[in-house]
Design a protein around this ligand. Structure first.
Ligand code: NAP
Length: 350
């Protein structure tokens, strides 16, 4: 059998690279630029596996990678990858759920605190020497405790944010999701409702849905208009879940009070965007999961996944395991001898 090859696209620490080298020849790239694009494509054309964050693959690239069996993204979201084309080719897609849930919920809560209490705006006032008098009503913020928290997308991260709100800050929780979550309701007294009801009742609306055709511009001008005028919008999902021009207009015209954003339609966020200049907006450079501990855990999980897929028992977390050509071949053989083993798939709900 020809030697296995894995391409990595992201700075991985030596411990993870050496684990990969135990099962394959590794072509390591830290990022893609004009000077290494051809070299990367050459490596991809021979690769059986690809591990990385922000992998911008398209169908043309997949066509040039006939041996590719597994793509292991260092993220839970996979909206940047052509899932349908990968399914057609029987390529396995692995992702990293769970290990980033609590950290991303922390980031969402940091944005909630910052927008409600105007932390960035008022800290900037101090740093720029504009704290010249007693802080008065014009600089007062809004409470966090006791306010109604609306979670749009009550999955893993949404539930972790809801827990922080309900248990830490005594916040009533409303949530919108495809299906009701009885466990969350029992644990936190959360209530499932329509998106429209959530928008009209929540003081803080937190977006944590996956990005796809259904959630594209879920928060458009109409949805923003349904929010309370004193409400804040928090987005830790993906930028294009929000219509950014409609959001700028809503913030300028006082349709809503504030926004806390970790993600944007275009990243890095162009410095010229009005969002970066508005006092009532807190902007972060997509750092939802960006702590040392969590990014290390995500890299470890992505490496576990690809090793499990190419050389072991199967991946820990996969999006489309049932569409993986090796799974189908193995399953065919197993079907003749054994009952089915359980395979987790998040394809339908993430
Ligand atoms: P998850 O467990 O799959 O949760 C997603 C939730 O969204 C599910 O509860 C799902 O409902 C719900 N949902 C899907 N479509 C919906 C719609 N149209 N309206 C309302 N709810 C909808 O995923 P997760 O692990 O929590 O991650 C969520 C997303 O966060 C990821 O896809 C990623 O894009 C983003 N993220 C961002 C960062 C960051 O750095 N900012 C970090 C991690 C993740 P059902 O359960 O009923 O199907």
């Amino acid at each position: 059998m020809a030697e296995r090859r894995i391409v990595t696209l992201r700075r991985l620490d030596e411990a993870q690279l050496s684990r990969l080298r135990q099962i394959a020849v590794v072509d390591a790239f830290e990022d893609l630029n004009e000077t290494n694009q051809a070299q990367f494509m050459e490596a991809l054309s021979r690769a059986h596996g690809l591990v990385g964050g922000k992998l911008e693959l398209d169908e043309v690239m997949l066509d040039k990678a006939p041996s590719l069996e597994v793509v292991s993204t260092i993220s839970v979201g996979y909206d940047h990858l052509p899932l349908a084309a990968m399914n057609e080719r029987g390529i396995l897609l692995c992702n990293t759920p769970d290990v980033l849930t609590e950290t991303t919920a922390d980031t969402a809560f940091a944005l909630i605190m910052a927008t409600q209490r105007r932390l960035v705006e008022l800290s900037t006032m101090v740093r720029e020497g504009r704290w010249t008098a007693h802080v008065d009503r014009e600089h007062f913020g809004s409470d966090v405790h006791g306010k109604t928290l609306g979670i749009v997308g009550a999955g893993r991260i949404g539930a972790a944010i809801a827990r922080r709100g309900a248990l830490g800050f005594g916040m009533p929780i409303l949530y919108a999701a495809n299906s009701a979550k009885p466990e969350l309701e029992a644990e936190l007294g959360a209530r499932h409702c329509s998106l429209d009801e959530l928008l009209s009742r929540a003081d803080i609306v937190c977006l944590v849905v996956p990005y796809n055709a259904d959630t594209h511009h879920l928060m458009d001008a109409g949805a923003l208009a349904r929010m309370k005028p004193n409400a804040a919008l928090i987005n830790v999902a993906r930028g294009k879940v929000v219509d950014e021009s409609a959001l700028v207009e809503a913030l300028e015209r006082g349709v809503i009070r504030a926004a806390g954003l970790d993600v944007f339609a275009e990243e890095p966020l162009p410095a010229t965007t009005p969002l970066a200049a508005m006092d009532n907006v807190v902007v972060l450079p997509h750092i939802g999961s960006a702590t040392h501990e969590t990014r290390d855990a995500m890299a470890r999980r992505a490496v576990d996944n690809i090793i499990g897929a190419l050389a072991g028992e199967g991946p820990i977390s996969a999006v489309n395991e049932h569409r993986w050509r090796h799974y189908q071949q193995n399953q065919h053989q197993q079907d003749q001898h054994q009952p089915h083993r359980y395979h987790r798939s998040t394809e339908d709900n993430a």
